[in-house]
Ligand binder design. Structure first.
Ligand code: GLV
Ligand code: MG
Length: 314
């Protein structure tokens, strides 16, 4: 059920071209929280139709672990979207958790996908609502409509930024997506990150950053990922298994923050339940209900990623 995937971490979202049996076979061995098998931009137009069966075969026959499993279909302004959904969702079986929609422009794009999925699910024996939706924001129009998009369907699980298509859409003077964007004197991504994050969170969605194209420079990836991690994004796309390892680290709380969050929750519980006070000193910090909320979100995030509280002394 998509309830399964909603609760799983998405620190590293690995992209795999659906036209390559070799890359498909390797995907489950990468240490990624999330894998999406791509039918869109990493697949050549003359391979698009054949890639559907390869993707179905990979979903059905490879040993996937617990990760979220997704297929990115082609956008509504191509001839392929409905065929992608009918063939892939119709044949992949229950292991497929989600469909990713690229270049979402308006809420009705998501509503149309929701309706199509409902029919396909009914015809292939999946429970209604089994397949979740990820919506990519990759155009100026999509960004302007992101609030309505995030509220468009109960199937939505994540909102995802697509920086490469977005840079093209707004006419940014760049030829790749790397860390230099963040050093530019004026960086429009700061507005994009905040806007997407608010729209996603207001609707209870995971919020994911897109690819970093200089794939061999893992330190530059780390720098770029730390920016959206500091906003509170849940994760980022990985184009290689090595990128996924870096992202798993960057989007997890440090052990120190994780342990401190438990300590704050313990201290807050004692203060409110035993001492009947709502605000208290925790070391040299004043904490209250809001601090407990922040701590609780770190605990959830760390637990989702499999972290454990360090043993306390004594
Ligand atoms: C991803 O799809 C991107 O365009 O960055
Ligand atoms: Mg794109």
């Amino acid at each position: 059920m998509s309830n399964r995937s909603r609760l799983l971490p998405r620190r590293s979202c690995l992209s795999t071209p659906g036209s390559s049996d070799r890359f498909l076979a390797k995907a489950p061995t990468a240490k990624a929280d999330f894998s999406f098998l791509d039918l869109e931009d990493s697949v050549a137009p003359n391979e698009k139709v054949a890639a559907r069966a390869r993707v179905v075969n990979a979903i059905r026959t490879l040993e996937w672990d617990e990760r979220v499993l997704c297929v990115r279909v082609n956008a509504w302004d191509t001839p392929w979207t409905y065929g992608d959904v009918i063939e892939v969702v119709g044949n992949a079986g229950e292991r497929l958790d989600e469909i990713m929609m690229p270049k979402v422009q308006r809420a009705s794009d998501v509503v149309a996908m929701d309706l199509l999925l409902t029919q396909v699910e009914r015809n292939c024996g999946l429970a209604t609502g089994h397949i979740g939706i990820e919506a990519q924001i990759e155009t100026a129009e999509g960004l302007i409509n992101v609030e309505e998009i995030c509220a468009a369907s109960p199937r939505l699980e994540s909102i995802v930024f697509g920086p490469a298509d977005f840079a093209a859409s707004i006419g940014m003077p760049v030829t790749t997506i790397d860390e230099t964007i963040h050093h530019a004197p004026s960086n429009p991504f700061t507005y994009v990150f905040a806007k997407i994050l608010m729209a996603g969170r207001a609707n209870g969605l995971h919020v994911i950053d897109g690819p970093f194209l200089k794939v061999r420079d893992l330190e530059a990836l780390r720098y770029a990922a730390q920016i959206t991690a500091s906003y509170g994004f849940d994760g980022k796309w990985a184009l290689t298994p090595d990128q996924a390892l870096v992202l798993n680290e960057v989007y997890s709380p440090s052990q120190e923050m994780f342990d401190k969050s438990f300590d704050i929750l313990d201290a807050y519980r004692v203060a409110t339940e035993k001492d009947h006070t709502g605000a208290l000193m925790f070391g040299d910090e004043m904490i209250d209900e809001a601090s407990a909320k922040i701590a609780s979100s770190f605990v959830t995030r760390g637990q989702r990623s499999g972290m454990r509280r360090s043993p306390t002394e004594g």
